[in-house]
Design a protein around this ligand. Structure first.
Ligand code: HEM
Length: 428
């Protein structure tokens, strides 16, 4: 596969930087870590804030200061590895993706400068205030309809299936411009995609996910072709108009790949954002009731959810040249695991970080959306979806509560964290 490939399948593994502590126990694939990474990260921040993980082959950073520094230093720490499967994929899955027409390229999160700067000019313009405002009524209407259906079905309800997965899915599909008639198959293709890159999926799961990725890629290719002859008021048509104006500035192939990457970037992560938010709020009745009584508190509560229980707990970089982090000499080629979960609980930045507090004054200092040139493009959209969901639920179902004694099972990957199922009840 060419270097600009969307996913690069690596087999190399950089050794521990000399003098850097090696941790033989850190295991982010362990179900206990996925269920709750925070206790272990708190201990590590105190005892060994920078270490080389034997299991991952990555240098792990846990402090806000170090994580933010790496994000900011894009010339030295490249994001080209962020879409690469962490573990080697099996031959059968690799074969599925070896189809000659499966050829998406790196365009956003894993594209380096100067191309990233050139492309981001157009993707950023696509997330304009006008586009966000035009989506808002759709999100409100669909959220109301899904809550109506929940109430009609009756308590208890499984939230992920009822709203958490479909609402962000439909939102990103409308943003891109996909027709509503295709929603069912699109939702099916985009489920559990995260396990492929960031998980420890079985061979059978990898083949299943790879097959859906191929179908979805082919769908994106024919959708972009269709939009070229039938433009509409959507993100894809805006990109195609920019391409028509100057094909050297934004290529047709780049547009296909942007569309392909976007629904992954903007779907299941928001599902987890909504679920994690409800888990945190409903675990502390007083804070939920405060939101029911005063919806102006929701905006800061959303920031605190991003800090305390973020749907994205880590991200990655690779050192392009010999450099230094926290006093350790890091050779070029070192892969770096940035623990966003740990940075968001760093006691050097947040008082009493293990407490969830919707009134926290500096909740906005969280690093859930990253920093620097790759700062999350969808941040406003994700926040709007959470805001609308919480406004709707606090107004319409103030008696909402967690079904007692449920054990959460988490999507099996170490970067995107949220419960597979979340059972909610209401009405006393
Ligand atoms: C709560 C939800 C979300 C979280 C926590 C989140 C987090 C992140 C993070 C940490 C990055 C990497 C930043 C970096 O490398 O410096 C990122 C990049 C990105 N996100 Fe999000 N994201 C969320 C929702 C979304 C949504 C809804 C969309 C799309 C509609 C989206 C699209 C993107 C894109 C396209 C990038 C790459 C930007 C670039 O490289 O220029 N994200 N996001």
């Amino acid at each position: 596969m060419a270097d600009a490939a969307y996913h690069k399948f690596r087999t190399d593994r950089a050794p521990a930087p000399s003098g850097c502590p090696v941790n033989h126990d850190f295991s982010p694939f362990a179900s206990s870590y996925m269920a709750n990474p925070y206790a272990e990260l708190e201990r590590l921040r105190g005892e060994q804030p920078v270490f080389y993980s034997e299991e991952l082959g990555y240098l792990v950073l846990t402090r806000m200061e170090d994580v933010a520094e790496v994000f900011r230093n894009a010339d030295v720490f490249s994001s080209e590895n962020v879409q690469d499967p962490v573990l080697p994929i099996c031959d059968e899955a690799a074969q599925v993706l070896a189809a000659p027409d499966y050829n998406p390229i790196a365009v956003m999160s894993n594209r380096a400068r100067p191309d990233h700067t050139r492309i981001r000019k157009y993707t950023l313009a696509g997330f304009s205030g006008r586009r966000m405002r035009s989506l808002e009524p759709f999100i409100r209407r669909r959220c109301e309809t899904m809550v109506d259906a929940m109430l009609t079905a009756g308590s208890p309800v499984e939230f992920v299936a009822a709203l958490g997965h479909p609402l962000p899915g439909e939102t990103i599909f409308r943003f891109i411009g996909f027709p509503e008639a295709d929603d069912a198959k699109l939702k099916e293709w985009t489920t559990n995609r995260l396990a492929f890159t960031w998980g420890n999926a079985s061979d059978a799961e990898q083949v299943d996910i790879a097959t859906k990725m191929l179908s979805y890629w082919r769908y994106c290719v024919s959708f972009v072709k269709m939009r070229q002859s039938e433009p509409a008021d959507d993100f894809t048509s805006e990109l195609l108009a920019a391409h028509a104006e100057d094909a050297d500035e934004l290529s047709y192939k780049e547009i296909e790949s942007i569309v392909y990457g976007l629904s992954f970037a903007g779907h299941e992560i928001v599902t987890n954002f909504l679920s994690n938010g409800l888990v945190s709020l409903l675990s502390d009745r007083q804070q939920w009731e405060a939101l029911c009584a005063d919806s102006s508190l929701i905006s800061n509560a959303v920031e605190e959810i991003l800090r305390f229980n973020s749907p994205q707990t880590s991200w990655r970089r690779v050192a392009l040249e010999d450099t230094e982090i926290a006093g350790y000499k890091i050779p070029a080629g070192t892969q770096v695991f940035l623990s966003l979960a740990s940075a968001n609980h760093d006691e050097a930045v947040f008082d009493d970080p293990e407490s969830f507090d919707i009134h926290r004054e500096n909740a906005r200092a969280n690093i859930a959306f990253g920093r620097g040139i790759h700062f999350c493009l969808g941040n406003r959209l994700a926040i709007m979806e959470a805001q609308i969901t919480l406004e709707t639920l606090t107004q319409r179902v103030p008696s909402l509560d967690l079904v007692a004694d449920q054990t959460f099972e988490f999507f099996p990957n170490f970067t995107f964290r949220g419960p597979k199922e979340l059972w909610l009840k209401w009405g006393g």
